[in-house]
Design a binder for this molecule. Structure first.
Ligand code: PMT
Length: 455
């Protein structure tokens, strides 16, 4: 069993080898790419076919790869045409077969560089002594070898040739060179050969090649992400309080902080609902976003979705005051002065923190001075579980890509120095989750009946 910490989703993935030689296949491949191999179903495979008698097995290979959910694009060398037809491979792959680096029509559809980027895996089967020599030399006289140089995907080859050729020092040198370059080499197998001789040189059977690159892998010891099963509701961005149909009062919030938190919470496995004011940030994958404009709309949308929410994070810069009246028509420029009557906007955070058995409530405090005092006052006044305080001002907090915060809760605090909002969001989600668990544990212990122990 080999273990690989896949950094992409930070889960521990244990790969259980079901076939002998599987460890060898992965040896030297970075974890990032191993994980790609593990989850190969639905991936893009370039199948390179070079000119050996074993090419007659490639239609079967294509079929088997497609059965396992892969999209297969066949690329043939000129001599491969002597052993298997383009028409057959086109029919079984369901894609036009590529043969020529200089085919203007094919290049117009998907250029060779795009093709190299498209691939999650380049598999060459059969790989002749000739193609191995070209690859080992870093030569790129044809489409297939050009792709091998231009791709970042793992390259796997299944050599096939006469056993004497296979044993030749030049071929063995090339095999070693390719292995040193990170190319995985499957086989060849020992057995009867087309030439009537017996020895090492037979291409691995299609089923075995497929099993080697797409083996049914048991994924074990995968820890569920920490926030799995939890729902997090986050407010983000500014609100707009209308003065008339074309004018409004707002602030400089870009939504970056709130969206970064939404993304981090989603990464940590939570169901995430984002109630967002008008921003131009992209909604993170898997996050449900409800767009609103005014504080009143943000208040309504939040309360509409608050039931069942475990953690509420108020990152939005919500208006404290809104115009008492919003003119139905555009206000005309008549008087030399004008004043606008403002009334309090609903306090969304305070209202959520008041809910009986409500969510763990996290507020933000945007301050230009006295960060600690003002933030702690807000923590107490709004009866919050935690407050994240940031100094704001010119190029600070609002609309910046980076942020630094002080986090306060009733009996503790922690500083987070200036970093990107996405890195900060990951740290904050981790801390919020820790504090949330602590509160949950404390509540459970309080709820337990006292047990009198007698002698
Ligand atoms: O959006 P960015 O450009 O990335 O900038 C991020 C940010 C600076 C806006 C963010 O980090 C932040 O500080 N958000 C809170 C801004 C704010 O309105 O702070 P406040 O101190 O005025 O409000 C205190 C808390 O009450 C906040 O959690 C706020 O969301 C909430 N509130 C305030 C007023 C109101 N009517 N309803 C609320 O829920």
């Amino acid at each position: 069993m080999s273990k690989c910490g896949y950094q992409g989703d930070k889960t521990q993935v244990a790969l259980q080898d079901t076939k002998q030689g599987r460890n060898d296949l992965f040896a030297g491949i970075p974890c990032r790419l191993r994980a790609k191999l593990v989850f190969m179903a639905g991936q893009n495979i370039i199948l390179g076919v070079s000119g050996g008698i074993a090419a007659y097995k490639t239609p079967e290979l294509v079929r088997r790869l497609r059965d396992r959910g892969a999209a297969v694009q066949v690329v043939m060398t000129r001599s491969a045409n002597e052993f298997v037809t383009e028409t057959t491979l086109q029919a079984v792959s369901g894609m036009p077969v590529r043969t020529n680096l200089w085919d203007p029509q094919a290049e117009a559809a998907m250029g060779h560089i795009e093709l190299a980027r498209w691939a999650d895996l380049v598999l060459i089967a059969p790989a002749t002594a000739e193609i191995m020599a070209r690859m080992a030399a870093g030569a790129a006289p044809d489409l297939l070898t050009t792709l091998c140089l231009a791709t970042e995907a793992p390259v796997v080859i299944a050599p096939a040739m006469n056993h004497v050729m296979w044993s030749h020092p030049a071929v063995q040198e090339n095999r070693q060179k390719l292995a040193d370059h990170g190319v995985r080499i499957l086989g060849p197998e020992i057995g009867d050969q087309a030439c009537g001789e017996t020895g090492p040189g037979r291409m691995m059977e299609p089923d075995d090649i497929v099993a080697a690159v797409m083996a049914p892998i048991v994924v074990a010891n995968v820890e569920p992400p920490p926030l799995a099963g939890k729902t997090v509701l986050i407010t983000a961005g500014p609100t707009r309080e209308a003065l008339d149909p074309v004018r409004f009062i707002s602030n400089r919030s870009s939504g970056k902080m709130g969206y970064a938190l939404a993304s981090a919470a989603r990464q940590a496995g939570a169901e995430v609902i984002l109630v967002s004011g008008p921003v131009s940030v992209t909604v993170p994958d898997g996050v449900k976003c409800i767009n609103v404009e005014s504080a009143q709309q943000m208040f309504a949308a939040t309360h509409e979705h608050i039931e069942g929410v475990d953690i509420f994070i108020a990152a939005a810069a919500v208006a404290d005051y809104r115009p008492a009246n919003s003119a139905e028509q555009k206000i005309k420029k008549t008087a030399s002065e004008m004043s606008v009557e403002l009334v309090r906007a609903p306090d969304i955070l305070a209202s959520v923190a008041k809910i009986n058995n409500g969510p763990f409530a996290v507020g933000f405090a945007a301050e230009t001075e006295n960060l600690r005092d003002y933030a702690r006052t807000k923590l107490d006044k709004k009866n919050l579980d935690m407050i994240i305080a940031n100094l704001v001002g010119e190029n600070l907090g609002f609309d910046a890509d980076e942020n630094a915060v002080e986090v306060y809760w009733r009996d503790g605090e922690q500083s987070f120095p200036m970093t990107t909002k996405s890195a900060l969001a990951e740290d904050l989600i981790r801390l919020i989750f820790e504090r949330y668990l602590e509160k949950l544990t404390a509540a459970t212990q309080t709820a337990l009946p006292a047990i009198a122990i007698r002698d």
